[in-house]
Design a protein around this ligand. Structure first.
Ligand SMILES: [Zn+2]
Length: 75
């Protein structure tokens, strides 16, 4: 594993969530072009991240919403 692979592994989380500074984004992306292993890893990690974010955005079922708002009504 090259130092650049380690750099990618250290920063992939921020890279995926868009919190990495532009200089480091460029460094990660340059490395991905030459390293299929990291490219595959990051592809899988970002898919997983997307799924997690998707789950968090899923809104509560309507039944739950109305039972919660009826609780508020009674308060
Ligand atoms: Zn690599």
């Amino acid at each position: 594993m090259s130092p650049e692979c380690i750099f990618v592994l250290d920063h992939y989380n921020d890279y995926i969530s868009g919190e990495l500074v532009p200089e480091k984004v460029i460094r990660v992306e340059n490395h991905l072009k030459s390293c299929p292993n990291c490219e595959r890893f990051l592809g899988r990690a970002s898919k997983l991240h997307g799924r997690t974010v998707g789950l968090l955005r899923t809104s509560a079922p309507q039944a739950l919403k109305s039972s919660i708002s009826s609780l508020f009504d009674k308060a």
